[in-house]
Design a protein. Structure first.
Length: 202
């Protein structure tokens, strides 16, 4: 069938338009699935690289993140460390302290208790656990724990925590006495330090 030049030009335009119309959805679909595959491969690669990190490296990364206030990232690193070694006392302790700092009392109690069971039961850790009890509104538990621990007699922190627990229990008179005693001990401690500095300076 013979076509005039104008008819042939119109035929080509229509054919090109038809080809573009039919291929575009296919191309879009291909691009979509290619992007999905690339994303999956990238995720798998990152996971594989991450799995090579050691517990110490995760803990170190968590401390770096926490130092900048990025507690969410720090928690992720510490949880990764605990997936490798659930009995790592350092990771448990750091995680508990972060939970305490961001106000998640029950989670802090869980991690700090576990850290203590794993050997991290120093005075500071015990006091942090008691603070977590208070944050969790476990005021009786806090007072019971305070009665059991041995702390420096010049340290006002236990008495201050006792006052906070008493305040939670609405023992206002007891809380007032505890806060006054804590203030007195803090003043004494400051005086002792000043006198010590003065003696060293002579």
């Amino acid at each position: 069938m013979n076509r005039t030049p104008s008819e042939f030009r119109c035929f080509l335009q229509q054919s090109f338009a038809l080809k573009t119309y039919t291929l575009s959805p296919f191309i879009r679909k291909c691009r979509y699935w290619v992007s999905i595959v690339v994303l999956a491969l990238t995720t798998a690669l990152l996971s594989a690289c991450g799995s090579n990190a050691s517990v110490d490296e995760y803990v170190a990364s968590a401390r770096t993140a926490a130092a900048t206030g990025d507690y969410r990232t720090a928690v992720i690193h510490l949880k990764n460390a605990l997936q490798i070694d659930g009995n790592n006392a350092e990771a448990r302790l750091d995680l508990g302290l972060i939970y305490l700092k961001v106000g998640q009392g029950p989670s802090a109690v869980k991690e700090l208790t576990k850290a203590g069971e794993l050997g991290r039961d120093s005075e500071d850790v015990q006091l942090a656990l008691i603070e977590a009890y208070i944050l969790s509104s476990e005021f009786d538990k806090a007072l019971e724990s305070l009665a059991l621990i041995q702390v420096d007699s010049q340290n006002p922190a236990p008495i201050l925590l006792s006052g906070e627990a008493q305040l939670g229990l609405r023992d206002y008179d007891g809380a007032r006495r505890s806060f006054q005693e804590a203030l007195h001990k803090a003043t004494q401690s400051l005086e002792i330090k000043r006198n010590g500095l003065g003696a060293d300076g002579k």
